[in-house]
Design a protein around this ligand. Structure first.
Ligand code: COA
Length: 376
């Protein structure tokens, strides 16, 4: 008989040296560094390096890393053709999943093109592919992806918004918010998509297969898709008062409120306060009177009624909204960041590999004699 709860809750399914989730008062550490300190003092590129290479870079290493990232910007012609041929109605997560798989055929893994090289390439290629597809289908134009930018956050914003000057105070705040959000989303132990990637590479399949499978897993609203679902929920309400009434009704109807609750954290998601503070700063800067107030009211009702706290996805939704990012690009941003964690886990899995293949408790019929076709 099975001894586990549903959904493998509380099951320790392996070992990792990459990340601790919730083990010390609902905190989060990447390779020993608290995510709160990383988000205050480091850039996303430093965190990407930490996850992909195992150590924080020194000044020289960071400079070289950023230079090498920016040399990896281009989109191969076959990828441009592929992006143009995908329908405008496709979900951008499907666009990234398909692009990832296609790149695996064009730039396959080899001794000279390792998992680390591939992660770096995808850090630059995913924003370019996503926004190339987005502008082509929305405005019928092929954008130039070879623009100058001194961070991945700035690169994404320049490709999305065209004119983006991070010398303007508001743009600086927007870039900082996106950079922090990429840090917060970068890694989270044995979450569903990371576990998927580890299962995949444990068969000795390649990293592209692991990442492609992980993107498909992240897409669902119980996982990465929650930030888009949270935004749709927030936008249902015109006022905080309407939000209170609406959420109470949804709870009465036993509906899930997206962006709340967590499988591992029990009292708080340590990332939520960090992104909430950024969302609040942007709300003030943009003189928003609705979105942040509605969000806060939803949080208040969820705490009072269900004792549930917002997870990272809830205030990421309003933060991204204030950054001018369309809702359909929220979960793809999560991909751009989490690919660092996925890569770190794939590498770790393969360093001490054992095929991941659990067993199941059988609940079907007892053995019975075969009935020939004509007698059925
Ligand atoms: N809205 C309403 N009720 C919720 C809820 C939410 N977001 N999250 C959990 N609950 C309730 C469940 O209905 C359940 O109530 P019950 O005991 O009366 O049946 C109880 O809280 C325990 O939840 P459970 O579904 O067992 O927790 P889980 O560990 O299986 O699920 C999540 C964790 C994250 C999947 C779940 O909280 C959820 O669906 N959240 C919304 C989606 C989301 O934000 N995902 C991103 C996660 S980072």
């Amino acid at each position: 008989m099975t001894t586990t709860k549903g959904g493998l809750a509380d099951v320790v399914a392996g070992q990792t040296a990459i990340c601790t989730v919730g083990h010390a008062g609902d905190s989060l550490h990447y390779r020993g560094y608290s995510v709160s300190e990383l988000s205050q003092h480091a850039s996303f590129e430093e965190v990407a390096y930490l996850l992909i290479y195992g150590e924080l870079p020194n000044l020289q290493q960071l400079k070289q890393y950023k230079q090498s990232l920016h040399s990896l910007k281009g989109l191969p012609q076959p990828i441009c053709h592929l992006l143009k041929s995908m329908p405008a109605t496709a979900h951008p997560m499907d666009v990234l999943r398909t692009t990832c798989s296609m790149l695996g055929t064009l730039e396959p893994v080899s001794a000279n093109h390792t998992a680390q090289d591939i992660a770096n390439r995808l850090l630059m290629l995913f924003p370019a592919a996503l926004l190339y597809w987005y502008h082509f289908h929305l405005e019928g134009r092929s954008i130039d992806v070879m623009v100058e930018a001194d961070s991945i956050a700035a690169y994404f914003l320049k490709l999305l918004l065209g004119k983006f000057e991070n010398t303007i105070a508001l743009h600086e705040l927007i870039e900082k918010t996106l950079d922090i959000s990429l840090i917060l989303y970068a890694e989270h132990e044995f979450n569903a998509s990371t576990f998927t990637a580890r299962v995949c590479v444990s068969t000795l399949s390649d990293i592209y297969s692991g990442l492609t499978a992980a993107i498909g897993t992240l897409r669902g609203p119980l996982h990465g898709g929650a930030n888009e679902a949270a935004m749709s929920l927030i936008q249902e309400f015109e006022t905080a008062q309407a939000a209170e009434k609406g959420i109470l009704q949804k709870l009465q109807d036993k509906k899930l409120i997206m962006g709340f609750g967590h499988r591992v954290y029990k009292t708080r998601d340590p990332r939520s306060d960090i992104i909430k503070a950024q969302s609040q700063k942007l709300s003030v800067a943009l003189k928003d009177k609705k979105i942040f107030a509605v969000s806060q009211k939803i949080e208040e009702v969820m705490r009072a009624q269900k004792g549930l706290f917002p997870n990272l996805d809830f205030y990421s939704a309003s933060a991204y909204y204030f950054c001018g990012i369309p809702t359909i690009l929220f979960t793809p941003l999560f991909v751009i960041s989490r690919l660092c964690g996925w890569t770190a886990h794939c590498i770790e899995q393969l360093q001490n590999n054992k095929l991941i293949r659990p067993t199941a408790e059988y609940t079907g019929p007892s053995p019975k004699p075969f009935v020939p076709l004509n007698d059925r």
